[in-house]
Write a protein that binds this ligand. Structure first.
Ligand code: NAD
Length: 487
């Protein structure tokens, strides 16, 4: 099934064992920009998943023995092709998921290519840890574990997918990828890229489809040996049950309700600008610091500067370079976000900013919203909204700031704004989060460990942590030549 999106051809069938495979069932990909149907996509089910996992299991027999230099070369070739297609990938992704075209062009798609380059290079320098044990040679090898199932969400589809696909392939696993049904198109383009790069048939497979059908069938398939899931806590619970039945190691990158702590001694301009930046991608960012915790003595000054800056956010068509934030991904998601806001309003909270859909733009555009001083324990403080909705609370002491920061079941990220380096270290040490940024935000690098505590996830990815996940590490001990250890 070929379709044209922003003038570019996309084949929306599955990609299994090096072939395009059609399903009788299809689903629509709807653009958040205007809610128009932009593509019909194959909706996979258990039979397609079975075919893809079998293909991946067969391909694994050869791929696992492919020399690492050759695997690395192939990944670099994938990166080269992605780099030559940044514009196409950026345009299709923006139409499909409504994120800014300029960030796809400048940041996201180059990073997609980097995912492949980085893990190719990291593979070549993985430490095999040879050492001597009382005259015996000890050897640690990173053996690929088998078929990796990768399931990811729509807020940064190709970036989040390739962040898991690249290390899995580098490690020598074969992959069955189930892209998000709300933004499935760049996964289809990625299949073309891997074919052109010369990735052998069956090493990388894409099964499009709905989560509870294709996703669930993949998660419970008995031949899957690793499950990497990025998405919501509710889905994670179902996937964990499937993984439990098959005893499959899993890696979960889930939601967040991250604290953004502003001390009175901070650089106020930096703090305000960074805080307003939490509305980026229309709030659909897992790492966003959605709970602004501001020291009471600067609360009014902070709030005034924050509101002035936030009111200047330009909302509109994400293809326009002048736009700061675009629409919500889909009608159901828009309504979910609005549900949180409406319930907060019904409880008596008044928004200091926004508080509803953007009626001037209509469609799926939602106004950046701020609630000040929601009552402790209220839903809007507790639950991840995953839309442009922030809360502000204030504190008097450092201890109170830390207690508020940790008053969550999540633990993905935290931001600390302070002019005191010792305070930065003290607070960082006491905040429960996988990632803490001091006087900065989103400084990311693939060498860093990435993951969350509590309801934000299980495990870490990035650098060696990714290989740790996708490999069955083997320890071998060799007696000295000619030394009989038995008999
Ligand atoms: P979701 O859990 O609904 O969907 C994510 C993926 O899981 C999709 O591909 C979907 O098709 C699939 N899926 C759905 N039900 C399934 C099932 N029963 N079995 C198997 N697969 C199934 O999540 P979402 O709403 O699309 O994504 C938003 C969530 O993702 C937010 O909570 C956000 O914080 C989180 N997220 C986390 C990170 C991170 O790295 N920590 C990054 C981005 C997004």
């Amino acid at each position: 099934m070929m379709t044209r999106v922003e003038g570019h051809e996309v084949d929306t069938r599955h990609w299994i064992a090096g072939h395009r495979v059609e399903s009788a069932a299809r689903f629509h990909s709807v653009s958040p920009i205007d809610e128009g149907v932009i593509a019909e996509v194959s909706a996979g089910g258990p039979a397609d998943i079975d075919q893809a996992v079998e293909a991946a299991a067969t391909a694994f027999k050869t791929w696992k023995r492919t020399p690492r230099e050759q695997r690395a070369r192939l990944l670099h070739r994938i990166a080269d092709i992605i780099e030559s297609r940044v514009e196409i990938l950026a345009q299709v992704e923006t139409r499909d998921n409504g994120s800014l075209l300029r960030s796809h062009r400048r940041g996201v798609m180059p990073r997609v290519a980097m995912n492949f380059r980085f893990f190719a290079d990291w593979l070549l320098q993985l430490d095999h840890a040879d050492f001597d044990v009382r005259g015996h040679r000890n050897h640690v090898s990173w053996d690929p574990s088998g078929v990796a199932a990768i399931i990811t969400p729509w807020n940064a589809p190709l970036m989040l997918g390739t962040w898991r696909i690249a290390p899995a392939l580098a490690a020598g696993c074969t992959v069955v990828y189930k892209p998000p049904e709300w933004a499935p198109l760049t996964a289809s383009l990625l299949a073309d890229v891997t074919a052109e790069a010369g990735v052998p048939d069956g090493v990388f497979n894409v099964v499009q489809g709905i989560g509870r059908e294709a996703g669930a069938a993949l998660a419970r398939h008995p031949k899957v040996r690793r499950l990497s899931f990025t998405g919501s806590v509710a889905t994670a619970r179902q996937i964990a049950a499937a993984a439990g039945a098959n005893l499959v190691p899993l890696s979960f990158e889930l939601g967040g309700k991250s604290p953004f702590v502003v001390f009175a001694d901070c650089d106020l301009d930096l703090a305000v600008n960074t805080a307003v930046g939490q509305y980026d991608n229309a709030g659909q960012v897992c790492l966003a610091g959605t709970r602004l915790l501001v020291e009471e003595s600067i609360r009014e000054k902070f709030l005034e500067a924050f509101l002035a800056k936030a009111k200047a956010i330009r909302q509109g068509d994400p293809r326009d370079d002048a736009t700061d934030i675009g629409p919500q991904i889909s009608r159901p998601h828009f309504e979910r976000v609005d549900g949180f806001v409406q319930r907060a309003l019904a409880s008596g909270l008044q928004p200091a900013l926004g508080g509803g859909p953007n009626r001037d733009l209509g469609g799926l555009y939602y106004r950046p919203t701020l609630f000040v001083d929601p009552p402790a324990g209220s839903e809007i403080l507790r639950e991840e909204v995953f839309g442009p909705v922030l809360c502000l609370q204030s504190f008097r002491t450092e201890e109170e700031a830390i207690a508020l920061a940790n008053d969550t079941e999540y633990g993905l990220a935290a931001v600390v704004m302070t002019g005191d380096p010792e305070r930065a270290e003290r607070v960082t040490a006491q905040v429960s989060a996988g990632l803490v940024w001091n006087n900065c935000f989103f400084v990311r690098d693939l060498r860093q460990a990435f993951g969350g505590n509590g309801k934000s996830g299980i495990g870490r990815e990035g650098g060696t942590w990714s290989f740790d996940f996708y490999c069955d590490v083997k320890n071998s001990v060799y007696a000295p030549h000619g030394w009989r250890t038995h008999g």
